[in-house]
Design a protein around this ligand. Sequence first.
Ligand code: ADE
Length: 240
Amino acid sequence: MNFHIMTLFPDMIKAGLSDSIIGRACDQGIILVEASNIRDFAFNKHSKVDDYTYGGGAGMLMQAEPVYLCYKNITENIAKRRGVPDGKVSPRVVYMTPQGRLFDQKMAAEFSECEDLIILCGHYEGIDERVIDEIVTDQVSVGDYVLTGGEIPAMIVVDAVSRLVPGVLSNSDSPEYESFTDGLLEYPQYTRPEVWHDRTVPAILLSGDHAKVDKWRHEMSLERTKQRRPDLYERYISRK
Ligand code: ADE
């Protein structure tokens, strides 16, 4: 799967995604994370990509044209790679914004089906609405708080989506059992030693009885979800 990030801070993306599991998946060619600098598509000699807002008000806005030219460059390269002769491809374009739909595991699963995903990171006070209307297919928020830019949200999306791409996690079936996949939070887990700071591992986990262990884990998941995320618990119960 290929991620194409449109940003004013490509180094942030490279620094944030070059280690650990995502870095390894990139090295192995399972995923590609390409950060394009919108400033490279500025059409004035000062490489300026922002301007004052019509109607007044504080702050600067990213201009439509550099964003559009950056997008065109990415889609033309995708078309070349796919062998589409007229250069016309229309991959999903996700704009990271606190005004978007809240990102969740279901959306991550949906995005993981894409061959190419373009992610647009905003900065300053935002982006000229016209280019959003023209190129963006999905507006996505990572939570009800405002960050200084879309780069960290974009990295959250790349991380959550990548780990669902086959081959990225070494244990390929592990996503099925973890928090959110079945709508419940994960049960508590323990490793050696058996006693640590006078805290013992629950005896059932040492019993060797797999059916009992599974039952206990499911009950713990239910209990935890009920206490910590009553919203998820209600949804889970109502679907049963
Ligand atoms: N940009 C700034 N804040 C954001 C948020 N909460 N989600 C997505 N993009 C953002």
